[in-house]
Write a protein that binds this ligand. Structure first.
Ligand code: FPP
Length: 222
């Protein structure tokens, strides 16, 4: 039993780098390699929806150099990974605000979305300049004029994984996680392996998701 929508808060990059006496950006660069492995693994397993928290609207509070590095990393990855995504029929889209992002990054995002639009195997959604509270507020502000605005919210999340040892949602997919199973891992994101994910999936498969209903009765013996 695998989740049909897996969401990941990719935390612990900076601390991973600091532990090795390296600058924080190295943690992000190593994290980008983990992203590739995670996407490949999910596609191979047949998980149809994967949402990744790459940059929260609160991450603007970070030093300018770190923010700039992250945007360059996103743009360069969009560039280098796009052919692989197309080859594997992976659809990529980004969600969050675009009006505060560098124009070059927005152009790379739009190009990647257009080129991968036909992908049917896995829908990879990457949150950039995203705040769940802002997204909910926007959807419901627009809803009276345009009820379809509510559909801008994502499909319900089945399983949310957060790496890096913290146990919070940090304004990620709050509405969509209403009935999500939660898994908090102490491993830093750059050290996350497919074995860690498989262990989380095995645990997820054992959980009894009742959505508020009573457990299915065990058949009574006569
Ligand atoms: C949180 O760790 C991580 C981020 C804010 C950036 C996540 C970005 C990547 C994993 C890079 C690649 C992404 C894509 C989509 C190519 P942190 O910096 O808060 O770590 P800390 O809690 O240890 O400081």
């Amino acid at each position: 039993m695998l989740p049909s929508h897996l969401a990941i808060i990719m935390d612990g990059n900076g601390r991973w780098a600091n532990r090795l006496g390296r600058p924080r950006w190295m943690g992000h660069a190593r994290g980008a390699r983990t992203v590739r492995d995670v996407v490949e693994h999910c596609a191979r397993l047949g998980i149809p929806n994967l949402s990744l928290y790459a940059f929260s609207s609160d991450n603007w509070k970070r030093p300018r150099e770190e923010v700039g590095f992250l945007f360059e990393l996103f743009a360069s990855h969009l560039d280098t990974q796009i052919d692989t995504l197309v080859r594997h029929s992976i659809r990529l889209s980004m969600f969050g605000r675009r009006d505060r992002l560098p124009a070059t990054l927005v152009a790379a995002m739009e190009a990647a979305e257009a080129r991968t639009a036909g992908g049917t195997r896995l829908h990879l959604r990457v949150a950039i300049d995203y705040s769940s509270r802002a997204a909910i507020e926007q959807a419901f502000t627009q809803a009276p004029q345009d009820p379809s605005a509510v559909h801008a919210l994502l499909p319900a999340v089945d399983l949310l994984v957060r790496t890096g040892g913290e146990r919070r949602l940090s304004d990620f997919l709050l509405w969509e996680c209403a009935y999500a199973e939660l898994a908090f891992l102490d491993v830093a994101f750059p050290d996350l392996t497919t074995d860690h994910l498989d262990a989380v999936f095995a645990d997820y498969g054992r959980r009894d998701r009742r959505f508020g209903a009573v457990p299915t009765p065990v058949a009574e013996t006569a």
